[in-house]
Design a protein around this ligand. Structure first.
Ligand SMILES: *[C@@H]1O[C@H](CO)[C@@H](O)[C@H](O)[C@H]1NC(C)=O
Ligand SMILES: *[C@@H]1O[C@H](CO)[C@@H](O)[C@H](O)[C@H]1NC(C)=O
Length: 256
C-alpha cells in the first residue's frame, strides 16, 4: 500500500508589489513549510531568488490558502491623490478605478534577505506595466495650464522596482509572527507613455497637443506621478502582507 504524503501548496511572500502566493510544488512533498527554504541557510537569499519565478507565475490567480492575498495581475489600486506641486509642476490630480496590468511578466533580478537585521531588498524588472484609470486633473504641467477628467492610460516600459521590507517579530498567545514594520517602493521606468482622454473639456486639438507635450517631457513628470503611486502601492501591499503574515506562525513559514 502506498502511503500518502501531504502535498501542500507552498507559498512565499516576496516579490514586487508583493504578496504571498502559493507555489504548487511537486517536489515539496517532504515539507509543509510555506517557504521551502531553511532560515539558517547562509544562501537563503539564493533559495528565495530561485523560487521567485514560481511566485510570479501565481500572480494571476487567487490563493484560497491565503484569503487576504489579492490577484496581482491585474491588480486594483486605490485612489491616488496629489495636491502638491513644485513651481514648475503645480498639478493636482486624482486617479481612481486604477488597474495595473503586467506584473506577471516581472523578473526578480536580485534579492537579499537578512534575517538578523530583519530586512529584505528585492530588485524587480518589468518590461511593461499598463495602468488604466479614471483621472481628474487641474493645474500646470511645466508652466502650461491643464485641466481634464476622463480615462487615463499610463504605460511604463522597462521599469525597475526596488522593494524594501523591514519587519518585527511579534508574539501572540506565545506564538511568533512576522509583522512588516516598513515597506517601500522605488519605481524607475526607462520610458513612460501617458494618455489622457478628454482633456480641456474634450477639445481635441488642445488635448492632443497636451498629450504630446507630456510624452515629450515624460521624465520631468516622474517626480509628479511616481511618488504618489509608490506611496499608495506600498501602503496597500504592506496592509495585505501584514494580514497574510498575521495567520502564518513564523516557525512554520520556513523549513526550519
Ligand atoms: C495604453 O497606452 C499604450 C501606450 O501608448 C498602448 O500601447 C495601449 O494600447 C493603451 N491601452 C489602452 C487600453 O488603450
Ligand atoms: C526596453 O528594453 C529592451 C531590452 O533591453 C530594449 O530593446 C528596448 O529598446 C527598451 N525600450 C525602451 C522604450 O526603453
Amino acid at each position: 500500500m502506498k502511503s500518502l504524503f501531504p502535498t501542500k501548496a507552498a507559498g512565499l511572500c516576496l516579490a514586487a508589489a508583493l504578496v504571498c502566493l502559493s507555489v504548487k510544488s511537486s517536489e515539496g512533498v517532504k515539507s509543509e513549510a510555506i517557504v521551502p527554504c531553511s532560515r539558517s541557510d547562509p544562501k537563503l537569499s539564493d533559495c528565495l531568488l530561485k523560487l521567485s519565478p514560481r511566485i510570479i507565475a501565481g500572480f494571476t490567480e487567487l490563493h484560497p490558502e491565503f484569503p487576504a492575498a489579492r490577484i496581482r495581475d491585474p491588480q486594483k489600486i486605490g485612489t491616488i491623490l496629489s495636491k502638491t506641486g513644485d513651481s514648475s509642476i503645480g498639478l493636482s490630480f486624482k486617479l481612481t478605478d486604477n488597474v495595473l496590468y503586467g506584473q506577471k511578466t516581472d523578473v526578480v533580478k536580485d534579492l537579499k534577505i537578512d534575517m538578523k537585521r530583519r530586512d529584505l531588498k528585492v530588485i524587480i524588472f518589468c518590461p511593461r506595466y499598463e495602468i488604466l484609470c479614471k483621472y481628474e486633473m487641474s493645474g500646470k504641467v511645466l508652466f502650461l495650464p491643464i485641466t481634464g477628467k476622463g480615462n487615463g492610460n499610463i504605460t511604463a516600459v522597462n521599469t525597475t522596482f526596488d522593494l524594501n521590507i523591514k519587519w518585527d517579530i511579534v508574539k501572540r498567545d506565545g506564538v511568533k509572527y512576522l509583522k512588516p514594520r516598513t515597506y517601500s517602493y522605488k519605481i524607475r521606468p526607462e520610458r513612460t507613455y501617458l494618455h489622457f482622454d478628454n482633456l480641456f473639456n474634450g477639445d481635441k486639438y488642445l488635448g492632443e497637443q497636451m498629450n504630446q507635450f507630456m510624452n515629450d517631457n515624460h521624465k520631468e513628470l516622474y517626480s509628479v506621478f511616481i511618488p504618489a503611486f509608490e506611496k499608495v502601492l506600498a501602503e496597500e501591499d504592506k496592509q495585505e502582507l501584514t494580514e497574510i503574515l498575521s495567520v502564518l506562525p513564523y516557525d512554520e513559514l520556513f523549513l526550519d
